[in-house]
Design a protein around this ligand. Structure first.
Ligand code: MN
Length: 319
């Protein structure tokens, strides 16, 4: 499909496996079924992009990255993975861009690696996955990462990972056997990642770094639907003054990854404005075509559709 007949399509939550980093993953995250497609960064990947009309993938390592490793292990692994991601992009520079992997368990080193990845390797920001050694990313010890992201003017993408084991035990275990997706993309991912985003606002990190840019996938992990109610109840007496909705609308950008619903998209547009929404598939966990086909008849103007498909990504990521 030629771009002359359709808008350019930039998809920004598209995952891959670095062979060395992913060799440390265990259990379902080692992904025997998805592993081949995650490790493939040229042949079938590009063929499937062409088939579905995805022009550019902004690549990010699949979860959990280095977030469960200590700093001594995570730092060199993340550096090598980022170096190799640069090589992947260099082989197909018109088809790929990248988000860096960060060794967040050593926040000072992670801030330095973010800077190196952006200034030396050309990465467009970074992705973090779930809890870092059991801690939410709003914890003050991680703020050096946000300070550097603001200084570099690049976004940090908050991505799901397996929920805390105590949460799985308390909330999900009765249904895990029959419905294993309850812990991950079916529910658990969204609850935990929505909590990450909510906690970031409550932490007041955006008062310290007002130009910090955060991306969330899956049309905001449910937060656009809940935004009015969160804002209303957080404003009740007994709560510290905080303009939750204003902060969320000012510092967050949301993507369509794995959430190809017109109803959910329209809710997100109505809360966030169309300039804050970027196209993503979540390949290979979602196929490309359902995403590109879905966008063809979204009930939005052509101008707005093009913003979502490419314009907002070009602006936010300076592509
Ligand atoms: Mn994803």
């Amino acid at each position: 499909m030629s771009t002359a007949q359709r808008p350019q399509v930039i998809a920004i939550e598209e995952h891959y496996f670095d062979p060395e980093l992913s060799s440390h993953f265990e259990g379902y995250e080692a992904q025997p079924k998805m592993g081949t497609r995650l490790l493939d960064i040229e042949d079938e990947r590009i063929r499937l992009m062409d088939e579905a009309g995805v022009d550019v993938q902004v690549l990010s390592h699949a979860a959990p990255g280095t977030h469960r490793m200590d700093g001594a292990k995570a730092v060199p692994l993340a550096q090598r993975a980022n170096d190799r991601l640069r090589e992947i992009i260099d082989r197909n520079p018109s088809r790929f861009a990248g988000f860096a992997t960060l060794p967040a368990s050593d926040p000072a080193a992670a801030a330095d690696e973010l800077e190196r990845a952006v200034t030396k390797l050309g990465m467009k920001g970074a992705m973090v996955h779930g809890l870092t050694q059991g801690l939410f990313i709003d914890d003050r010890r991680f703020w050096p990462i946000f300070e550097r992201a603001q200084a570099l003017d690049v976004p940090i993408y908050i991505h799901p990972s397996r929920p805390h084991p105590a949460v799985i035990e308390a909330y999900y275990k009765d249904y895990v056997k029959e419905f294993p997706s309850i812990t991950n993309a079916g529910w658990g991912f969204g609850v935990e990642t929505g909590t990450q985003a909510l906690r970031l606002v409550l932490s007041r990190v955006f008062e310290t770094y007002p130009k910090l840019k955060i991306i969330c996938g899956h049309l905001g992990e449910g937060l656009p639907f809940l935004l009015w109610r969160i804002d209303m109840t957080m404003s009740r007496s007994g709560n510290s003054p905080l303009y939750f909705r204003d902060v969320f609308r000012n510092n967050f950008w949301l993507t369509t990854s794995g959430a190809f619903s017109h109803a959910a998209l329209l809710c997100t547009v109505m809360e966030m404005g169309v300039d804050r929404i970027l196209f993503a598939i979540d390949y290979p966990y979602c196929e490309n075509s359902p995403g590109t086909e879905w966008m063809k008849d979204v009930p939005l103007s052509t101008e707005d559709r093009i913003k979502i498909l490419n314009g907002n990504a070009k602006t936010l990521l300076r592509l």
